[in-house]
Design a protein around this ligand. Structure first.
Ligand code: PLP
Length: 494
């Protein structure tokens, strides 16, 4: 399997090269040259495998320059870091609604599904391509990627990691998790601005030959742990396949029955992995893309116009407070019939004018499986309280967006297809808002809020979020967004 750039199809690399590079030199994203098929026999055989084996099997279809044995070793190590048993349990709420919990990893967000594995893939890929310089991982985070990448890459040989987060754009709990990060090869810094500012600044560095030359002089090459890196996306395909297999083995569906997935979306990486699973042959009816008040994706799916000339809102689902959903570029590549010039033009238009527009008929024809919807703040609060009352199940603020969107979709469409709601974070990562939704009381301190939420609901605080207050704060820097280059250069010279 080869990988091509979405902006220049004649740029062809191996899986290992795609992972080490992170981003193509033309600014495009690497995508597989074709979609490998998964057969009925293979899906059925997966019923007897544990999750790490299922993941290795799915990934092996894409990363053909890795052996299955090698991948099994990495997935076993990665998913052994999850704190209780099954890394992604599928919980039945009723006979048509299921919740896929992806937050049982070391940082309690779905990013762990990929970021516990990516360091193994990165180290192996470096060997395969004969890389001798150090890999410098640059991350822009809206909250959860940063911590998960730090945990994944801390003290990994040959790698250093720098994380930039918007100083006022992450939850207290997320901030505390990052500021107290341990490890000798890590640096964390806040940026005055929002997530898009941080992401754009990081992208500029990736395309800045001058900075890259200076880094190389110091023995570093850049890579990315954001979902623009193929090594982040490929592990995510596995849980879509695996949850279909779970539905089969629990007798909820028979082979061939289609299911829906509803995904709380920001950078569009999670749901895109679901689309790739569908392209492999997993029977999927609808992929419901749920947004918060920053509903640029909802508007795109209903009009064909992607327009970031709009207000940016800070919401209680900060990991979805994004206007530039980078991975949509990969979908555009597919729905345009893999037209690289066209994708490059759209991305230029986005950069220069802040919008692009595609032919709506083409969108409807080639992305028919996608539905968009959004939930505003009131609706999200209501959903958390209502779902708790009805089902004795505690949603975090991001998953609540998805549940709200799904309920509205279901009512409007009458679609009774069994639906998996992808749950992306533990409610204890956002305890103030969740507690407020349940009780009407906003607790100022997030640690207190977590304790009160635990007492109120009886659901335990996950182990990785316990005792955060007793950890040492190591990183307090806050910089202007135009100082990011200098911050990178300073960090590597330390
Ligand atoms: C990152 C994140 C999302 C958004 O996922 P994308 O892949 O960026 O669309 C949603 N919820 C949580 C909790 C996240 O951390």
């Amino acid at each position: 399997m080869q990988y091509v750039s979405t902006r220049a199809k004649n740029t062809v690399v191996t899986g290992a090269q795609a992972i080490v590079k992170g981003l193509s030199e033309d600014g495009g994203l690497f995508v597989p040259s074709e979609f490998p098929a998964i057969s009925k026999q293979e899906l059925t055989a997966m019923e007897d495998m544990e999750y790490s084996e299922r993941a290795a099997f799915v990934i092996s279809k894409f990363l053909t320059d890795f052996s299955l044995e090698e991948l099994n070793d990495y997935t076993k190590k990665a998913y052994a870091r999850f704190y209780d048993g099954d890394p992604c349990p599928l919980v039945a709420i009723d006979d048509k609604t299921y919740i896929l919990e992806l937050w049982h990893g070391p940082t309690c967000a779905f990013k762990d599904m990929a970021l516990t594995l990516l360091p193994h893939l990165m180290v192996a890929s470096r060997k395969k391509v004969g890389e001798t310089s150090k890999t410098l991982i640059l991350v822009a985070t809206s909250g959860d990627t940063g911590k998960a990448a730090l945990e994944g890459f801390k003290d990994v040989e040959g790698c250093e990691i720098i994380v930039f987060y918007p100083s006022e754009g992450v939850s207290d709990m997320q901030k505390l998790q990052m500021q107290t990060q341990t490890g000798d090869n890590v640096y964390v810094c806040a940026i005055k601005g929002n997530f898009d500012d941080a992401q754009s600044a990081v992208k500029v560095i990736f395309n800045d030959d001058n900075v890259k030359a200076q880094l190389l002089e110091n023995g570093y090459k850049l890579s990315s742990a954001n979902s623009i890196n193929w090594g982040r996306l490929v592990p995510q395909i596995a849980y879509y396949v695996s949850s279909y297999v779970d539905m089969l083995s629990s007798g909820e569906i028979e082979f061939g029955d289609k299911i829906n997935f509803c995904v709380p979306s920001g950078n569009f990486g999670n749901i895109l992995a679901g689309y790739y699973a569908m392209r492999m042959g997993v029977p999927i009816n609808k992929l419901i893309c749920a947004s918060n008040k920053n509903k640029v994706l909802t508007d795109f799916f209903s009009s064909g116009k992607y327009d970031i000339n709009r207000d940016f809102y800070k919401t209680m689902s900060p990991s979805m407070d994004i206007l530039i959903s980078s991975n949509l570029e990969r979908l555009l590549f597919e729905i345009s019939g893999r037209d690289d010039k066209y994708v490059a033009d759209l991305m230029n238009s986005l950069k220069n004018k802040g919008y692009y527009e595609i032919d709506f008929a083409k969108l409807q024809a080639n992305a028919a499986n996608f539905e968009g919807g959004f939930s505003n703040e009131d609706m999200t609060m209501y959903t958390i309280a209502d779902f708790y009352d009805e089902n004795d199940y505690l949603l975090d603020t991001h998953t609540a967006v998805a549940v709200g969107v799904y309920k509205a979709y279901q009512e409007n469409s009458g679609d009774d297809t069994k639906t998996v709601i992808v749950s992306t974070a533990s409610p204890y990562k956002f305890p103030q808002d969740v507690y407020n939704a349940l009780t009407g009381e906003f607790v100022q301190n997030s640690i207190n809020a977590a304790d009160m939420l635990e007492e109120y609901t009886g659901f335990d605080i996950p182990e990785p979020l316990q005792n955060l207050q007793s950890r040492v704060v190591r990183f307090k820097d806050v910089i202007e967004k135009d100082q990011i280059k200098q911050a990178v250069l300073n960090a590597i010279k330390k």
